[in-house]
Design a protein around this ligand. Structure first.
Ligand SMILES: C[S@@+](CC[C@H](N)C(=O)[O-])C[C@H]1O[C@@H](n2cnc3c(N)ncnc32)[C@H](O)[C@@H]1O
Length: 252
């Protein structure tokens, strides 16, 4: 857990500028998009009807430049945007917004119990942590009873395919069941970027182990309007296999 966090903090600090240049236009400054398919919270309503967000305390985990928090604030919610990377949060400051930004690890949330009505994460933290149950337990702890946590991750089936947008990304090249993390290392063998794979079953068991209840698993289909590529996500692959999994969980 500590090595993954250290590696990913450094990676996101070094790469935040490029990430925002490459994806900032697609993400928009104040749009809440769940993944490269472009599914928007305003149509998905996975956190509930937008008109019911007013006055809600919402924690965004792995917020990056806090685009989702900005959309939440525009609906009248009270978001808090948390990220491990200081540089990502500097982009949040650059774009602006009158809500708190918190630099912290999702595995160690610096909030009192029952501080939030809702929590959300669009590709933030969960794909990168070695101990997802710890993160889910932390989220449960800071949620109020009746609260919801909705998070998106790379769809687990993508682990079995090369991360390529073209035809070479359509043939299975690895075992879906191989949980060995993807690690990039420097010359001294220190991890500088880490992604952790969980199968669909693992994710369900993680949610149950954290004492959350799974309400829905959304697999957004690739929409006809979206002709853009994002790394290995493309119209070609998106029309054949899912690219994003969104888990909708409740805290009883
Ligand atoms: C793919 S970006 C997603 C950012 C934003 N939600 C978006 O859609 O652009 C992943 C974010 O998760 C953050 N992150 C990675 N590991 C984390 C951790 N352990 N705790 C909190 N944030 C983390 C990274 O710093 C990065 O900003």
């Amino acid at each position: 857990m500590a090595e993954s966090s250290r590696a990913n903090r450094g990676w996101w600090d070094r790469n935040a500028d490029d990430y925002q240049v490459e994806h900032g236009t697609f993400l928009g400054d104040d749009r809440f998009v769940w993944g490269p398919e472009g599914l928007d919270e305003i149509e998905a309503e996975l956190l509930g009807p937008p008109e019911e967000l007013k006055g809600k305390d919402v924690l965004e985990i792995g917020a990056g430049a806090a685009q989702c928090s900005r959309w939440l604030a525009a609906q009248g919610a009270r978001p808090v945007a948390l990220d491990l990377s200081h540089r990502q949060l500097q982009h949040a400051l650059r774009i602006g917004g009158s809500f708190p930004l918190v630099c912290a690890d999702a595995g160690d949330l610096p909030f009192a119990d029952a501080s939030f009505d809702l929590a959300c994460s669009a590709y933030g933290a969960l794909p990168f942590v070695a101990d997802p149950v710890r993160v889910l337990r932390e989220v449960r702890r800071v949620l109020r009873p009746g609260g919801r946590f909705v998070f998106s991750v790379t769809h687990p089936i993508r682990w079995a395919f090369p991360d390529e947008p073209g035809p070479e990304g359509l043939s299975v090249s690895a075992s879906y069941f191989d949980r060995t993390p993807y690690v990039e290392q420097d010359e001294e063998g220190r991890a500088v970027y880490v992604e952790h794979h969980r199968t669909i079953g693992d994710r369900v068991r993680d949610i149950v182990a954290a004492d959350l209840r799974l309400l829905d698993l959304v697999e957004p289909e690739w929409p006809a309007w979206n002709s853009s590529e994002w790394g290995g996500w493309s119209p070609l692959r998106g029309n054949l296999i899912p690219g994003t999994a969104i888990f909708v969980c409740a805290r009883d």
